[in-house]
Ligand binder design. Sequence first.
Ligand code: SF4
Ligand code: SF4
Length: 80
Amino acid sequence: MPPKGRIVVKEIYCKGCELCVSACPQGVLALAPDRINSKGYHPAELIEQGCTGCGVCTVVCPEAAIVVYREVKARSQSGA
Ligand code: SF4
Ligand code: SF4
């Protein structure tokens, strides 16, 4: 099963450049068509499930507007 992740876009910093949208290998990002931030840009948002938490979007974002969280599986306590 692929790893699971989620992102938080700090919308106030987003300038709608779409670099993250183009770079996301899962194709789960888009600019929100119905919202505009205080700078007048449509901010990026997660549009569907499938984020793996790979971090590519946060690396390419020139505004450091994306925080990525990745699910961490608990290690087995059995010692097996
Ligand atoms: S962390 Fe990876 S999969 Fe998730 S939105 Fe960003 S680029 Fe896409
Ligand atoms: S790369 Fe950053 S600034 Fe550009 S659209 Fe994505 S979140 Fe916004």
